[in-house]
Design a protein around this ligand. Sequence first.
Ligand SMILES: Cc1cc2nc3c(=O)[nH]c(=O)nc-3n(C[C@H](O)[C@H](O)[C@H](O)COP(=O)(O)OP(=O)(O)OC[C@H]3O[C@@H](n4cnc5c(N)ncnc54)[C@H](O)[C@@H]3O)c2cc1C
Length: 393
Amino acid sequence: MQRKSDVIVIGAGAAGMMCAIRAGQRGRSVTVLDHARAVGEKIRISGGGRCNFTNINASPKNFLSANPHFCKSALARFTPADFIAMVDRHGIAWHEKTLGQLFCNNSAKDIIVMLLDEMRAAGAVWHLGVEISGVERSEGGFRVLTSEGICEAASLVIATGGKSIPKMGATGFAYRIAEQFGLAVTETRPGLVPLTLDPILLESIAPLSGISAPAEIRHGKTAFREALLFTHRGLSGPAILQISSYWREGDAITVDIEPDVDVTAHLKKAKQANGRQSPQTALGEIVPKRLAQYIVEREAISGNMADLSDKLLAKLADAVQNWSVRPSGSEGYRTAEVTLGGIDTSALDSRSMQAKAVPGLYFIGECVDVTGWLGGYNFQWAWASGFAAGEAL
Ligand SMILES: Cc1cc2nc3c(=O)[nH]c(=O)nc-3n(C[C@H](O)[C@H](O)[C@H](O)COP(=O)(O)OP(=O)(O)OC[C@H]3O[C@@H](n4cnc5c(N)ncnc54)[C@H](O)[C@@H]3O)c2cc1C
C-alpha cells in the first residue's frame, strides 16, 4: 500500500473516482481507499443495470438542499456535456430514455471500466477491502489509520456516500468524520424511496398491486408527472420516488390519475351516450379497469350512469384527480436510492468542496446536503462535486 501521497480519497464510488481522475490529471499523487471489494458498486446496480449516468436538463432546480444555491458552482463547471464527452471518448453507446435521462445501451459496467481506465491513465492507485479505523490531523495534513497500515496525505477527500442500501456497505462514515472535525451535519433521511400505507388502506388496495399508471403526484407546491405503481407494500414508481424526497412523516400527498383529462366532462358525455353503462365501465375507458372498479367501490357509488347526478359525477372525477392519501411511512434506507441531508453546506466552500474550517479536508458526492431528483441528477452531482474537489486540491 502506498504510504504517502498528495491526496487520499476515501470511497471509490462515483464522486471519489471522478475526484481521483481530475486530481491525478493535475499531477497529484492520489491513493483511493474503499472497504468494499469492488469499486463503484452503486454504479453497477444503478438504472436497472444500465446506469442513468446523467440528465441533459440538469440544473440547480433539480436538487434539494438547505441552501439551494450551493450546488450551482460545481454543476456549472462540470456539466452533463462534459461527462457525455468522456463517455463518447470511451466509445460507450448510450441513449436518452425519457425526460433527458441518459442510459448506457449495454451495461452500467461500461461506466465503471471507463472510470477505472481514466484513474489508471491519471496515475491514481486504489486499494480495496481496506477498513478505516480513524482519521487524524498530522503535521503535513492527515493520517488515515487502516487495516493495512497508516497512510498520509496533505489533502483528504471524504467520498463515502450516504446511508442508503446498508447491505451494499453504506455507512455513516462521512457524518462521523464531519462531527470529529466540528462540521455541522443536517438531518439525514431516506429519499427517492417507496411510500408505505397503513394495513387497512393496504388491504383495500391489494387488488391493485402491480398496476402502473401515468399520474401527477402533488405535495404542497411540488408536483411530478411520471408513472405511479401500486405494490403489495404501498405506493411506488418514479412519481412516488420523486415526491418522497419532499414528503415528511404525517403529510398527505395528492394523487391525480388523469392530469390531462377533464374527467367530469368525460363522465357526463358517457352518461349521455349510454345511461345504462356502469360507472366502472365509463371510468375504465380512461383509467386501468381494476383501478376504475376500486375508485367506484371506494366512493360507494352504485347504480348506472343514468342514476348519477352531476354532483356524484363530480365526486367521482374528484376521486380520480384529487385522491388525498396519507402514507404511513417509507421503506427506509433499505430501498432508498439516496440520503437527503448530510454535511451542512455552510461548512463547505462551494467552489472546491473544502471544509472552510479545516484546510485540506474535502467532502463530495452524496454525503453532502445536496440531493438530486430521480433521473441521473445524483450521478451528475457526484461527477461535478468530485471534479470540483479534484480541480482544487
Ligand atoms: C439502486 C440504486 C439505483 C440508483 N440509480 C441511479 C441512477 O440511475 N442515476 C443516478 O443519478 N443515481 C442513481 N442512484 C444514486 C447514486 O447511486 C448515488 O447518488 C451515487 O452513487 C453517489 O455517489 P457517491 O460517490 O457519493 O457515493 P457511493 O457511490 O455510494 O460511493 C461511496 C463509496 O464509499 C465506500 N464506503 C462507504 N463507507 C465506507 C467506509 N466506512 N470506509 C471505506 N469506504 C467506505 C463505499 O463502499 C462506496 O464505494 C441509485 C442509487 C441506488 C441505491
